[in-house]
Design a binder for this molecule. Structure first.
Ligand code: ADP
Ligand code: MG
Length: 243
């Protein structure tokens, strides 16, 4: 993206310490981030550098032990447990390495289940079908997860995450369990999603090769931001044809 209004996610001096005293692990230290809607933001860094911890805090699955965090008009660091649950359920989309689909629901039912959290049942089913069209699964809507490939399951998971029309879509190693071609397709889809839906798409990966395609690249090392830069016209990732 070229123009920028106010950032959607603002983290100031975020810290996260697990444990106490000699056993304390500082997973995040003095992390300052500003993340915008419409941006494909990529967070890279070696294993253990704090990527998942940062994503979990932004997603309300964990809480910071220092600093402040706002997402949209919510001050996450001031929410109580019930408010945080509401935030996770209604306002954040998650995509994980393993797809976590409900095995006894079809693709469209999996997506509709998420949509129904924020809209009437009939609308949810309609939207679920539309989202599966968008991710290229128009012919696979009525399949159960066990009949879908890994790439197809991940596309259902993306559709499900988008069903809440979240301001932020958080993806932790979304291509981690896929072969390289299928993984590339998923990442291209996420890059396009950021632009098309003006969502703040944040992808965590240990795969450095994704870095040039980011609108915004954040590099973590040992719990700190070691690099934070924008790319004005990053190359569009190609969506390879699926066989
Ligand atoms: N629940 C936890 N309890 C204790 N230590 C944790 C916990 N979660 C993460 N850590 C530690 O915090 C650091 C960052 O972990 P993580 O955010 O998972 O890194 P990454 O996703 O970059 O691999 C690591 O040292 C990890 O062992
Ligand atoms: Mg991780």
């Amino acid at each position: 993206m070229v123009t920028h209004s106010a950032p959607f996610i603002v983290g100031t001096d975020l810290g996260k310490t697990f444990g106490y005293g000699h056993a304390a692990i500082h997973a995040l230290r003095e992390v300052n981030i500003e993340i915008h809607r419409g941006d494909f933001t990529v967070v890279v860094g070696p294993s253990g550098s704090g990527k998942s911890t940062l994503l979990n805090i932004v997603g309300g699955m964990d809480t910071a032990t220092a600093g402040s965090l706002t997402v949209g008009d919510r001050h996450l660091t001031a929410l109580n447990a019930r408010e945080l649950t509401d935030y996770r359920r209604t306002s954040v989309g998650f995509v994980f390495q393993f797809y976590n689909l409900v095995p006894n629901l079809t693709a469209v039912e999996n997506v509709a289940l998420a949509a129904a959290l924020v809209m009437p049942r009939a609308d949810a089913t309609q939207l679920a079908g539309d989202l599966l069209d968008q991710v290229g699964l128009q012919d696979r809507k009525d399949q159960f997860p066990r009949h879908l490939s890994g790439g197809e399951m991940q596309r259902v998971a993306i559709a499900r995450a988008l069903a809440k029309k979240p301001g932020v879509l958080l993806c932790d190693e979304p291509s981690g369990a896929l072969d390289s071609v299928t993984g590339a397709h998923i990442l291209a889809q996420l890059q396009r999603t950021a632009r098309d839906t003006q969502t703040a798409v944040v992808v965590v990966t240990h795969d450095q090769s994704l870095a040039p395609a980011a609108d915004h690249l954040i590099v973590l090392g040992d719990g700190r931001v070691v690099e934070d830069r924008r790319h004005d016209n990053p190359p569009l990732l190609e969506e390879p044809a699926l066989t």
